[in-house]
Design a protein around this ligand. Structure first.
Ligand SMILES: [Zn+2]
Ligand SMILES: [Zn+2]
Length: 177
């Protein structure tokens, strides 16, 4: 088969230019050419709360700060030997900075110490790995990381939400922004 015979079996090429580009654009945008996308379904009304889910690292950091632990102090109780402490402290820093999105083993080790809800941590990991997830975002105080099942306790009782607009509990000062 010659090159010319082979070329004739192909569909005619559209001439390059505005018409061809318009045809290609129309083909690409034809609704029936695309399978229905999950994101085409109507979204819940967007609020300040639903816009963005807290990252797992921020959640761990807030809970640690609330519990009054330093990363170095946690490293001391986790480390099997003193020689492991520096590496574990580095790892905790990477977890809190979201350089490590998921480290179940390490976070499980400190969950009780810093009063962290491990299921919420896992939910946030899921969001970080799939930002388009349709799962509801857990409501977490941006000041201290408390949640409905881990409220702050004070002499006045347990904390609640300051208002419906922000994720701030009554034990924390209002957010500045
Ligand atoms: Zn709070
Ligand atoms: Zn609280």
């Amino acid at each position: 088969m010659s090159m010319n015979a082979h070329a004739r079996t192909r569909p005619p090429r559209l001439p390059a230019g505005p018409m061809a580009r318009a045809f290609l654009a129309a083909t690409a945008l034809a609704p029936e050419a695309q399978p229905p996308r999950f994101t085409d379904t109507p979204r819940r009304p967007e609020t300040a709360r639903s816009r963005r889910c807290m990252t797992p690292g921020t959640y761990v950091r807030l809970r640690r700060a609330k519990a009054g632990w330093k990363r170095s102090e946690l490293a001391v109780i986790i480390a099997a030997t003193p020689g492991d402490r520096a590496a574990i402290e580095e790892e905790l820093h990477a977890i809190e900075a979201d350089h490590i999105i998921e480290n179940r083993r390490r976070v499980a080790q400190i969950a009780d110490q810093i009063d962290l809800d491990f299921n919420i941590y896992l939910t946030l990991v899921g969001f970080a790995q799939d930002p388009e997830s349709e799962l509801p975002c857990p409501r977490i105080c941006t000041g201290c990381g408390c949640t409905w099942d881990r409220p702050c306790a004070s002499k006045d009782g347990l904390c609640g939400w300051r208002d419906n607009e922000t994720d701030r509990c009554t034990a924390c000062p209002p957010a500045l922004d």
